[in-house]
Design a protein. Structure first.
Length: 258
């Protein structure tokens, strides 16, 4: 058994000087597969190049990140997502959602783009990966309108309340748990054990949100083991059990082989 990093931006500029080394380091730490979320069209070529180099380890999503939903480029970017869905073998639509931390003025078009991409995910029988920042109510408002038996996916970088967690699970979403669970002020460690491990997947969101003791430095997929150990401590179960269950959860939601 091994770990899967269900959310890592390995194609990003932060890894331009040592990308292969970072991947090699992750593999050495028993992180054997990497799921890469999309941001916008400017990163597609980088993602595809990494998939070509590591075809069995790297899995790609298509999607328009909410912070990149802009009025002047929305139509072009959404067309790009649709084209990728039509022409590539993808594992999810993401990361998509709503972010009101950086820009509240685009809420309307963020909601429109989010809803449309959920509809495409259901059309192609793919899971969604949700980005939510300062927008739990707004995200669930859209999810409620799109909720049906085809809706599935991951609530990425989950940092909400127990009520938020239960609501996400009720919408057939796994909780993506990353470095925040190791933070002293992360809060989710106080109630996470009340959520069955069947609803948890591991992620780094590298290069962001490195777990303690690396907080503030560049995050890496190799740090999944640190996150897993914290979860094992919270649930009071062996590390191997966390590895087995979260890896199987990840394989199930993204339909990964083997």
């Amino acid at each position: 058994m091994y770990f899967i990093d269900s959310h890592t931006h390995l194609y990003g500029e932060a890894f331009d000087n040592d990308r292969d080394e970072a991947i090699k380091n992750a593999l050495a730490n028993n992180v054997k597969q990497f799921v890469l979320p999309a941001i916008d069209s400017t990163y597609t070529a980088r993602m595809q190049a990494l998939k070509k180099k590591y075809p069995d380890q790297v899995h790609l999503m298509a999607g328009l990140h909410p912070t990149h939903v802009k009025p002047d480029t929305l139509e072009k970017e959404m067309a790009h997502v649709k084209k990728r869905l039509e022409n590539e073998n993808l594992c999810a639509v993401g990361e998509i959602g709503i972010d009101l931390y950086w820009d509240k003025s685009t809420l309307d078009i963020q909601q429109q783009a989010f809803a449309k991409q959920i509809q495409w995910a259901k059309e192609y029988d793919l899971p969604i990966v949700i980005h939510c920042r300062d927008a739990f109510d707004e995200v669930f408002e859209v999810l409620e309108t799109e909720k049906d038996e085809k809706l599935k996916g991951v609530f990425h970088c989950f940092t909400g309340t127990m009520d938020n967690a239960q609501k996400a699970v009720d919408h057939n979403l796994k909780l993506g748990i990353g470095g925040v669970v190791t933070f002293k002020n992360g809060k989710i460690d106080k109630f996470l054990h009340e959520i069955d491990l069947a609803h948890i997947v591991l992620e780094t969101d590298a290069p962001y949100l490195a777990p303690a003791p690396f907080r503030g430095k560049r995050n890496e997929s190799a740090y999944i083991a640190i996150i897993a150990q914290k979860i094992a401590d919270i649930y009071k179960v062996p590390l191997e059990e966390v590895m087995k269950k979260t890896t199987n959860n990840c394989k199930e939601v993204f339909a990964l082989q083997p």
